[in-house]
Write a protein that binds this ligand. Structure first.
Ligand code: FUL
Length: 589
């Protein structure tokens, strides 16, 4: 009897709880896991490319590098983490194993690791130092572990999948919590010239069993997806949902425009991540010290990644000492200062907010000014095109409007505009865009106004927004892109350079056409001549590593300096079937 009563009481209590909150809007479509929401809220993370390539100057090592090549003279992971923290980053992902197969930790199933090197007499462990430093400073720790392995002798056979699982187990099971596991899409040949058929379900299962909350990155998730380029720009329209059926990471990935924009009504929640390097290459190189990206460019990247419903993952590669180089760390501090100057003053503060409709008291429009992500506004039931008016306490000057949807209920808005109130009492349109998602920072002209209005022009379910913020950015100046459009050549047609007279040549530069249009040369021969008639082979079967994903200028040093009047680059392989593009072909003296 008593027991029955107990049930009745607790039922009534639960019912009262539901009623006191009111039933909120229903989720729409695919929704994120709590770990995906936490991940998205990190907003700025740091990538760290470090390994034998740091010492060889290559972008893709081929696995033949001796272990002793990895020899940082003064490794200081605490310096990396301090720098990252001061720059506002929340997590760090390190290339624990890049395509060359070298492991930055003593991986028991590999003979190509720090343990076989003479660095710290084989006792060093970069993952240990970095994960300890992350814990000390309160940053999250993540790992990039390349499935493509140009060292492992079993690569290209079934046995390799087992080796890779053990590799994952060793890296993910020994260093505490891992917030992100990065699976690179590149899948070339191993040391035997064979390609591997990866057992993705097994790899995912391995990660899940060891790190249930780790977000798995690849071209198709399952945790987050590649944005489709390495230049720091996500699609202006960006759905966090994606259809992955029939696709796989790497060569089988969805087309670039799909990676950029996602799929509206996509079956799974797989938001975009924007990985980009602060330098032209992913690894540190002395010759690129003068080419560290400017604060202006870093702000642009932030606007086009996190500001476009993606997540900024900025690579800052340590140098041969094992330090983040002074030039990069200074630039990061300048970036952080600029970031704070713009985003620490929310001009919407103190405003009154009204909406054309609201979903009951719990979802009232003043929640849009609250810092608490979970406190949000929703339009009234069935109202798909509401508007929100933010009236400032006095006239304010701004050029950025930041909007956030409440993503635990899915991504809903597909079109909106922003208006500012003119002095003559008319509303004037200052922006018109498509998606919002977790965060959308809209760049508008500079406006002085007493109010702004956000018109939701289309939404697949009642819009649920968490936040509206307004900022003034006096720092970022949109740059005319430095475009060398380039020309398209036919394969079989070499690039020939006449230097005018005999000159000393120590290297050359090849630059693909803008955004790789017309195709990029992946493999080539290089020849020189004194008279334009008799040619001597200088490089046979040279490769430009990672040039398809990152179609930027490549400087190549010759094995030894030569004297020549003519130089010619003979393309062997392009990513287009019969053409290749070129914007630059020049010599280094
Ligand atoms: C690419 C790799 O091939 C590059 O070397 C780099 O690691 C980049 C982040 O991913 O796919």
């Amino acid at each position: 009897m008593l027991k029955t009563k107990g049930y009745i009481i607790s039922f009534a209590f639960a019912a009262a709880l539901i009623c006191s909150c009111g039933r909120g809007p229903e989720p729409y479509g695919a929704v994120p896991s709590p770990a995906q929401v936490r991940w998205q809220m990190m907003e700025r993370n740091m990538f760290v490319h470090f390994g034998p390539n740091t010492f060889s100057g290559r972008e893709w090592g081929d696995g033949t590098e001796p272990e002793d090549m990895f020899n940082p003279t003064d490794l200081d992971c605490r310096q990396w983490v301090r720098t990252a923290k001061e720059a506002g980053f929340k997590g760090i992902i390190i290339t624990a194993k890049h395509h060359d197969g070298f492991c930055l930790w003593p991986n028991p199933v590999s003979s190509h690791t720090v343990a076989q090197s003479s660095w710290r007499a084989g006792e060093g462990d970069v993952l240990r130092e970095l994960s300890d430093a992350c814990r000390e400073y309160g940053l999250k720790f993540g790992v990039y572990i390349s499935p493509w392995d140009r060292f492992d002798p079993s690569y290209g056979t079934d046995a390799y999948n087992g080796v890779f699982v053990k590799t994952l187990q060793s890296a993910l099971g020994s260093y505490g919590e891992v917030y992100e596991q990065w699976f690179d899409g590149a899948n070339g040949e191993g040391p035997n010239g064979k390609k591997q058929v990866y057992d993705w379900p097994l790899f995912h299962e391995t990660v899940r069993s060891l790190q249930p909350d780790a977000i798995m990155f690849s071209d198709v998730g399952p945790g987050c997806r590649w944005c489709g380029n390495e230049s720091g720009s996500n699609g202006r329209t960006s759905w966090s949902t994606l259809n992955t059926e029939g696709f796989s990471p790497g060569a089988g990935s969805p087309p670039t425009d799909t990676l950029q924009r996602g799929n509206v009504h996509g079956a799974e929640w797989i938001p975009s991540e924007t990985d980009v390097s602060i330098r032209p290459g992913w690894f540190w190189r002395e010759s690129e010290n003068s080419r560290v990206k400017s604060v202006n460019r870093l702000l642009q990247i932030f606007y086009e990644s996190t500001g476009r419903n993606s997540l900024m993952l900025l690579n800052v590669p340590p140098d041969t000492r094992g330090h983040i180089h002074e030039i990069d760390s200074t630039r990061l501090m300048e970036f952080a200062r600029a970031y704070d100057a713009i985003f620490s003053v929310d001009l919407a503060k103190g405003s009154s907010v009204e909406a054309s409709s609201s979903w009951g008291r719990k979802y009232n429009p003043s929640n849009l000014l609250s810092e608490d992500y979970d406190s949000c506004w929703a339009s009234g039931k069935g109202e798909m095109t509401p508007s929100i008016t933010v009236t400032f306490p006095e006239r304010r000057t701004f050029n950025r409007v930041s909007l956030q949807e409440y993503i635990p209920l899915g991504q809903r808005v597909h079109s909106f505009s922003i208006e500012a109130l003119s002095e003559d009492g008319q509303w004037r349109k200052i922006a018109s865009e498509t998606t919002i998602g977790y965060k959308r920072i809209v760049l508008t002209e500079k406006v002085t106004s007493s109010a702004l209005r956000i018109n939701i022009l289309g939404s697949y379910a009642e819009p649920v927004l968490s936040r509206v913020q307004v900022f003034m950015d006096d720092i970022y100046v949109p740059e005319e892109e430095n475009i060398s459009p380039g020309i398209t050549m036919k394969m079989g047609e070499p690039l020939t350079l006449d230097l005018g007279k005999l000159r000393n040549v120590s290297g050359f530069v090849y630059g693909p056409a803008y955004r790789g249009e017309g195709g990029v040369v992946m493999e080539y021969d290089l020849e020189s001549s004194l008279d334009g008639a008799k040619w001597t082979r200088v490089i046979s079967g040279g490769e430009f590593d990672n040039i398809v994903n990152s179609p930027t200028d490549r400087e190549v040093g010759l094995p030894s300096a030569i004297r020549a009047r003519y130089l010619r680059l003979i393309p062997i392989r392009s990513n287009y079937s019969s053409t290749y593009g070129v914007s630059t072909f020049d010599v280094l003296e």
